[in-house]
Structures are given as structure tokens and as C-alpha cells.
Write a protein that binds this ligand. Sequence first.
Ligand code: HEM
Length: 475
Amino acid sequence: MKLTRRQLVVGGAGTALGAALGGAGIYELLDRLADEGGGLPRRRAGGAEQHVVTLDKVVDNGVEVLVPPLHNEVVTATVRVEETRVALREAREALEAALRRLEGEYAPEPRGLHVTVAWGLPYFSRYVPSLADQHLPVDLRASEARGRSTRALIDAIRFPSDPDDLVLEENEVAVFFRSDNSEHVRAGSKALFASLEGLFEPTSIRRGFIGGGFGGEQSLPKKMALAAGIPGAELIPDTAELFLGFTSSQKNTMGPGRIANHETIPGLTDQHPDGYFRGGTAMHLSHIFEDLEAWFLNFDFSERVTTMIRPETRVAQGTQTIAQTEEDAADVEAVKRDARRHGAFGHSASIQPASRLQEAIVGTDETPYPKGTAIPQRADFDTLDNPFFWSSRPDVDRLSNEPAAGVHFVVFNPTSDDFHRNRLAMDGVLPDGTKLPIDPRGRGAGFNAVLNATHRQNYLVPPLRHRSFPLSELL
Ligand code: HEM
């Protein structure tokens, strides 16, 4: 389905906030595609975590794959609350009430609407600086490596493959909405921000989609890229989960259960047994443009496989889901060997020395996690935002109405530094400090050559019980 010129507009530039929150722009197409799921009112099931979602599983090419919610939105904001105990209490109660209203309306699961509230360092520094000093989790591994106390939430950094004009953001809060039903995302986000008007001043709205092709249908990334006339769209495999044509949510590559919590990996942070943020996690949010034409035209299928997974990976033409078991996971030596032999490393393999457990552990949740278990819980999704659907600072964010292929990269790791270790490995800087002699933006460095990151920030996701204005109740 092709859209008319008017409908091709992504959203944002020049659009008032109220209209942007409710409006759909190019994503109107999503409303016209078959939406799944109803959403029965239900309270959030068990669990202390905000970030953990129970996902359906399917089997593709003999590999178990988790099915992420089809529709996604992140709204970032600045807090507009006086820096007093009373004002913060009112704001906390208002946010908590608004979140509970949403949970009353939509079950917090993919069929309903799952909401995660994450807080940036500027919130902690402005509203609760001394409580933050006392209670923010300390990353014990990072503290030891740097020789000084390092929190589990630290400022985002520029990575070797980042363009010079990348924006390091300073939002105070980010709210992440996920659902199989695009209307739930749109209505939920609009209702939440309408009821908090005056408390939160949105700085950006970011929208997108993932999957939809596991039953053999044309997937959302394919449909949306075609409709927007993105160069290279016709080259995307019909059922691709993401624009680049490979499944990214197989069960073995996603951290199971509570492994991404601050406290689960013994000795990683100081949150076990009774930290204030026990049950919480760190979140990274970035936006990355993808050059689909370069990916599909400059790399043939077998090069796309070796670039995405590992230089020695061989699979049948057209395979989208490629098994990455605990035993398949590459360690530092394997990645160094690949770099020597091939002058290249794959995206998945380069990250695995940082993203997989290098030794078996028993978590503080008493779960045994074998060697090779994945730690991060990725929740990224494709987008046509350029780079956002809407921004309060269109010039700084270089907002455009032209649709552009990209990813809003959302991931939960136990600490920000744990994410940085993963992301550095993706650029050839391994956890043992080795810098591989490969240009971090070159063809040998996974698919970095077709990516361009535009924005980044780290956040902290408190456990459910402290999701609203964390620490302010202790003032
Ligand atoms: C920008 C576009 C990106 C795309 C399209 C993409 C796609 C993929 C795909 C297809 C896989 C294979 C996983 C599977 O078979 O289930 C993968 C693995 C992974 N990616 Fe990315 N990725 C992107 C960016 C990133 C970034 C920025 C990071 C940050 C570090 C990252 C971290 C990971 C991790 C941790 C894994 C799992 C590795 C493992 O433990 O096996 N990805 N990605």
C-alpha cells in the first residue's frame, strides 16, 4: 500500500504537542493494517519489575523466538514540578494514579498495553541529589575497573563508530509504551500525558514497529518501508522482523527472567539483598539511521549473514533466524581469531564476550544461569521517524518530515556500564581492553558501515514499587 504525499509525512516538525501525541502521521497506515488483540483489564501480574514482559514464543527455522509487541512508542520529557517535598508528593501521587488508571483499562501485557517509566540522571541530580548519592545502585565491577565508586546509572558516552554530530541527551524521564494494538499505544500515551499536563513537558515522541511476519504475512517493517518509499524497501525480505532482514529476538539471545535486574548477577551491584532499586534495571535509548539500500546492494546474502552473525556462519539462502545457542556464543579469543583470519567480526559474535555470561552462575533469585546465557533484554524497534516523530527542539534534534529507516534502540542491562561494554564490543573494543585493528565504521565491523546513530541517553528503570518519582517519598 503506497501512501499519498500528505500521508508520507512522518509527524512532527511544526506540529503542536497535543496533535502530535494523538495524531498518527505516516503511522496512520498501522491503524489500517489488521490490529491484533483486545486487552482485558487486569492488574500487573506478580513480579517487582517494570521492564519484564511475558512474550509469546514461536519457532522459526527450528529456533525458539520471542515475539515482541508490534507497536512501540517512547515519550521523553522534562519534569515541571517545584523542587519541594509537597509538590513532589502531589506529582508522585498523580503519576501513580495515572499509571494505575491505564492498568485498569489495559492489561499490562502485549495484548493490552505495557508501560515502563525510566528516569534520567538530570531528574536525580535536580530533585533528590543527596538521596541519589545514598541510594542509586553502585556498579561494583565498574567501580573496581575505574578505581572509584561508579553508579549503575552513568552519563551516556560517544562510541568509536558514532558520528561527531551525535546528540547526548539530558531528559529527566522517558515513558515506554508497547502493545500489539497501535490504538492502545496511541490512546494510552495521550491519556497519560493529558492527565499529567503541567507536570511533564514532553521533549520528544518516538514511534515504531517490529515483526508481524512470523505467521508468513508481510511484516510491518516491509509494509511500512514500501509504503514510505524508502530506498531499498523492495529488497527487504517479506517476513523480516526488522528492516535488515534477520530475526533479532530469538530466545537464546535475550536475557531470561530477572537476569537484567540490578541485583541478579551476584557481586555486580550493591542492590542485593535489600537495595532501594532491587528489581530495577538500567535502560539505554538511542536512535540509529539505517541505510537499507547500502545494506541490501553492497552486501550479498552470505555477506549479510557473516556481517550480522559471525564471519564463519553459513546458512541456506534466505534464512532469517540463525541459531545462537549458549554454546555458539563467541568469547574474546574467538572474536580476536575472527578478526585475524577475516579482518572482520560479526555483529552478534563481537558483542557476545560482553553480552553472555562467561561463567555459569546462580543468580540472587536462586536461578541457575548456564555459561553463555544472554544478559541484556533488547526491546528495540524499527521506525520511520526522522529522527523523532515529534520534538520540542526541532533544530537541535534536526527534525525532518521525510520518513527515514532507522531503529529506536531500547535495551535493559543491569547497569549503564554493562551496556557500554556491549556497545564498545560492537565497535571492536573487547571487555579485556583489546582494541581490534578494524575500522569501527568499516565493512569489517559488523553492519556499522550502514548505521548512523543520532541520539543517546542512559536511564534507570526503578522497580514497580518506586516507578513514580523514585526517592522523592524519602525527602
Ligand atoms: C541498529 C540496528 C541493529 C539491528 C538491526 C540489530 C540486529 C540484531 C540481530 C539480527 C541480532 C541477532 C540476534 C538473534 O539472532 O536473535 C542482534 C544481536 C544482538 N544485538 Fe543487535 N542490532 C542492532 C543494533 C544493536 C546495538 C546498537 C546493540 C548495542 C550493543 C546491539 C546489541 C545486540 C546484542 C546484545 C545482541 C545479542 C548478542 C548475543 O548475545 O547473541 N544491537 N542484533
